[in-house]
Design a protein around this ligand. Structure first.
Ligand code: 6CS
Ligand code: FE
Length: 301
């Protein structure tokens, strides 16, 4: 599908001059009933999601389901050809860092990305049919799994994929325990309400390096400091089988994993079918299919 050429850019980023913060102009919960939106998420869960930009739901998947999925991830990782661009290695070694396009792989992983326990919650928030913009497993290897620096996913998806609106969310599923020691997701509660423009024009084919170490689309430390002073920094410690919904614009990061046990999390990005994918707002060419899946039924023109 060729991207639509233009759309109003309400979230200008990666401009040549430093830019002021932008207040979010999209709702967090798109359903007109807001906290009373019908669906599997309760009003307290919706309230937490609206206020903080994320919500943790324990024990959504069983230990057995998680173990089967970890085995499937390891099978794909081991079978991947050396030049398979959907498999990302750590910046300083051969440990697998991420494996993308789970929803495009046959078997368990694809079915998992379309599991109603995930899709129904996503569509309750998005108030529309959804499509999977991106799916991945971040396999933070034992001893060698490296950090992910602070960022907003939406800033990248807006700049480099042309995702117009903040009408998307990530659902993270912990396939292994996320402990204080093994590099759990770090978030700044409330940061989803502010769009922080990032400095620096996007280099061509930035994605070839950004998935190993992100250098563009990185908010300045002053912004992180100010937002953390308001909202704090929370480590999302959660047992295997937990699910974390987090808004596309929530600032998040994670430290490295020095423990002897991998920390394996799946991330599925659900975007509203009403959310247009247009020409990247601050990128060069649209990113490849495994980072931004443009083959979505709702958006086909
Ligand atoms: O560029 C992206 O789409 C990816 N980058 C990060 C750091 N998080 C979201 C996403 O996987
Ligand atoms: Fe991210």
């Amino acid at each position: 599908m060729s991207p639509v050429v233009t759309s109003t850019d309400r979230y200008l980023t990666r401009a040549s001059a430093p830019a002021q913060w932008i207040d979010r102009s999209d709702p967090v919960i798109h359903h007109p009933l807001g906290l009373d939106a019908p669906g599997p998420l309760s009003a307290p869960e919706l309230r937490r999601y609206t206020r903080d930009g994320y919500v943790v739901l324990p024990a959504v998947f069983s230990t057995e389901e998680c173990q089967l999925l970890v085995a499937e991830v390891d099978r794909f990782g081991a079978a991947a050809a050396a030049d398979d661009s959907t498999v990302i290695h750590e910046p300083d070694g051969e440990a697998v860092r991420s494996l993308f396009a789970l929803h495009r792989r046959d078997g368990l992983l694809s079915a998992f990305c379309h599991d109603p326990r995930l899709v129904r919650r996503a569509e309750q928030v998005l108030y529309s049919k959804s499509w999977i913009h991106q799916s991945r497993v971040n396999r933070k290897a034992a001893f060698d799994g490296r950090e992910f620096g602070w960022h907003s996913d939406f800033e990248t998806w807006h700049a480099e994929d042309g995702l117009s609106d903040m009408r998307a969310l990530s659902i993270m599923v912990a396939l292994t325990d996320n402990l204080a020691a093994n590099g759990p997701l770090l978030v700044i509660p409330g940061s989803h309400r502010t769009f922080v423009p990032c400095p620096g024009a996007t280099p061509d084919q930035n994605w070839r390096s950004s998935l190993r170490r992100q250098e563009y689309g990185v908010p300045d430390r002053g912004a992180i400091t100010r937002l953390a002073a308001d909202g704090g920094v929370e480590a999302v410690v959660a047992r295997a089988g937990s699910v974390v919904l987090f808004d596309c614009n929530l600032l998040h990061a994670s430290a490295g994993n020095l423990t002897p046990v991998p920390r394996t999390n799946v991330f599925v990005v659900y975007a509203s079918g009403e959310n247009q994918l247009v020409t990247p707002f601050a990128g060069s060419a649209p990113r490849p299919w495994f980072l931004c899946d443009r083959e979505r039924p709702e958006a086909r023109r």
